[in-house]
Design a protein around this ligand. Structure first.
Ligand SMILES: [Zn+2]
Ligand SMILES: [Zn+2]
Length: 645
């Protein structure tokens, strides 16, 4: 056996080292990383710095400035947390503890839920563990031996995982007295964990299945430096303030009810009004762009879902019912009726493109564990449209949709990014169809000069798509608009048009949404604006508050006058102090407060005050209506003035 091995570095340079040299030693010779080395990629696989290299290999150091390093740190923090929990609650069983976006978690089986107090104790214990600089050491053992070991400890979740593994050899990691089943890699020792925080605790079913035991999931985050941690915690605080579930309650916009069922939104008057404004806005924007409004039914025969492929590929997300011994599916998508409208006549190439738009309410079965406020629901309404066009028109149609997205996102004040998702494993349609559709989407984005990412294998089962991820005020990404190309459904439903040659041809179908699900978009809007909607979207644009009850008659008359002009205005008729009523309107984020005292009654005028405290000069109600109209038009880029409701 040769005693020397050859290591190839990322820059192509080669180093010869004795067999069995540790990764850390080899990297030490390469040079220092900006914040130090954390781990490495050995032949493309992440390994610990302590790993000994036994054969010729490629080696790339992972420094603290990389995303991979951050994930290793956070995953290691999960181990440290498990050690802390086991030392305070020796009876706790450990489940899994991965790194996630922005942090990490670990699931524990404990007798009672953790309290905030517990979290503080656990965090203090973690600090103690990090100060001890305990080494993370790895041990490879036969799977059978590992099963015996964890059975002996009573760690049934680890045993269950091990029983499903197929590898003959598995690895342990040990730091201090905690032994965990893990593939690694980890930070060299616990002292590398310098900036971390436990953020919350929540119940979570083992493996996300509601038939399994409920575990306690502790979330935390970790960074390489305290500055980044502080910045993230500030962001988290801001995000909590903007949480749409909390604001939805405070602003009385919507609610959920166990009596009705999970994932079903109940819109209260103000929430319903915003939705109404959004829907009217959408109808007008679609009509302006040559779309036709259509409405299809919610229940469609199961036979039709079989024909479309939804029954085979999407059944687990659908609801079914029976009418007169006939099976029906509740629509999870709006496409099918639109195709039947197309098929109701013979179409000529001169009729194309046809753009059918529907505010279509769909139902999809989402697992209860993933439901989240307005962002993940079971019933929602999409601003859905299907464009049927000739292959030659496809490029212009897609560019038209992209322009639509740019226009609308600008009105709401969102920046966005684009992604193209390609063919998934589970899909229908020929290779040629997929290539043609993917090329059409790529070409449109290229011609528009957009940068985009490609997400391999993340397309819908019937075609590739462009996803638009908008960026909100906190720079978070939200999936809203999608543009999906589909060469398959027109085939299955035998859609045709008569071409200039007098022969029948197959049209191309594009499924697209601009805002996406109205529910989800509303949730994103609430967080983006922190509940302070721009004037054109605010459910209450002005709140009239009187100094005393003596001015109430005048206040009511002003209210009526403004309403007749289309201003959304209310009167606070409670016998509360003026200061209290103003504060209340501010809390409700009402854009204007109209204060009325004796002076205003005398002059037949009102004194508007903006929600930021700016005082506007005395004016008559018609002047105020003009002001609101002007500002609505300004804040909606000229689209929405007064009277939308
Ligand atoms: Zn691990
Ligand atoms: Zn569709």
């Amino acid at each position: 056996m040769l005693k020397e091995i050859e290591i190839t570095l990322p820059d192509g340079n080669k180093q010869t080292v004795p067999r069995g040299t540790a990764v850390s030693e080899i990297l030490g010779k390469v040079g220092p990383a900006p914040g130090g080395w954390i781990a490495a990629k050995l032949n493309g696989q992440l390994v610990d710095l302590a790993r000994k290299v036994e054969e010729d290999a490629t080696l790339e150091g992972i420094g603290t400035d990389s995303q991979a390093a951050l994930e290793i740190l956070r995953h290691s923090a999960a181990h440290v947390m498990a050690q802390a929990v086991k030392s305070i609650f020796p009876e706790a069983l450990i489940a899994i503890g991965p790194a996630i976006e922005n942090g990490f978690y670990y699931d524990f089986d404990v007798a009672r839920p953790f309290t905030q107090d517990d979290l503080e104790k656990i965090e203090a214990k973690m600090k103690e563990i990090t100060s001890q600089k305990l080494r993370f050491s790895r041990l490879d053992v036969p799977r059978e031996e590992a099963i015996g070991f964890f059975s002996g400890l009573g760690e049934k979740y680890k045993v269950e995982l091990l029983e499903e593994f197929t590898d003959p050899v598995v690895s342990y990691y040990q730091q201090g007295d905690l032994v965990d089943l893990c593939r690694g890699p980890h930070i060299p020792h616990t002292g590398f964990l310098k900036a971390f925080k436990l953020t919350s605790v929540a119940g979570a079913y083992w493996r996300g299945n509601e038939h399994n035991p409920m575990l306690q999931r502790i979330y935390g985050t970790a960074f390489f430096d305290k500055e980044s941690l502080k910045k993230y915690l500030t962001f988290l605080e801001e995000a909590q303030k903007r949480d749409h579930r909390r604001l939805g309650k405070e602003l009385d916009l919507f609610s959920f009810s166990d009596e009705i069922g999970a994932g079903m939104v109940i819109y209260h008057p103000k929430g319903a009004l915003i939705r109404h404004i959004l829907e009217n806005f959408e109808k007008r924007e679609h009509l302006r762009r040559g779309y036709q409004i259509v409405v299809g039914p919610t229940l469609l025969k199961t036979e039709l879902w079989k024909r479309s492929g939804h029954f085979d590929h999407y059944r687990e997300n659908m609801y079914f019912t029976e009418i007169d011994e006939q099976s029906y599916g509740v629509k999870p998508m709006n496409c099918l009726s639109h195709m039947l409208i197309y098929k109701s006549k013979i179409r000529s190439y001169r009729d194309l493109p046809l753009r059918y738009f529907e505010l279509g309410t769909v139902h999809r079965h989402e697992k209860s564990g993933v439901l989240h406020g307005l962002l993940r629901v079971r019933q929602f309404t999409q601003d859905d449209a299907h464009i049927l066009c000739t292959p030659g028109q496809l490029n212009d149609e897609i560019k038209g949709i992209i322009d639509f997205v740019i226009d609308v996102m600008g009105i709401f004040g969102f920046d966005f990014e684009m992604e193209i998702s390609t063919r998934p494993e589970k899909s229908i349609g020929s290779d040629e169809d997929w290539e043609r559709a993917t090329a059409a989407l790529t070409k449109a984005l290229d011609e528009k000069g957009f940068q985009y990412h490609i997400c391999e294998g993340e397309g819908a089962f019937y075609g590739p798509k462009i996803d638009v991820k908008l960026k909100d005020a906190l720079d978070r990404r939200w999936q809203c608009a999608t543009i999906q190309c589909d060469f398959t459904l027109p085939e299955r439903f035998d859609l045709t048009y008569i071409g200039p040659d007098g022969a029948r041809h197959r049209p191309v179908m594009v499924h697209r949404v601009i805002l996406g699900a109205i529910e989800r978009f509303l949730g994103v809007l609430i967080e983006h604006y922190a509940g302070a909607f721009p004037l054109w979207l605010a459910p209450v644009q002005a709140m009239i508050v009187t100094v005393t009850d003596a001015q109430l008659d005048f206040a009511r008359a002003v209210c009526e006058e403004l309403r007749s002009r289309g201003v959304r205005v209310e009167v606070d008729t409670r016998s509360e102090k003026l200061g209290y009523k103003i504060r209340e309107a501010q809390m409700q984020k009402v854009p204007y407060m109209l204060v009325i005292g004796d002076k205003e009654v005398e002059q037949g005028a009102i004194a508007p005050r903006k929600r930021d405290g700016t005082q506007v000069s005395l004016m008559t109600p018609p002047q105020f209506a003009d002001l609101v109209e002007k500002e609505c038009l300004e804040s909606s880029m000229g689209r929405v003035g007064l009277g939308i409701v």
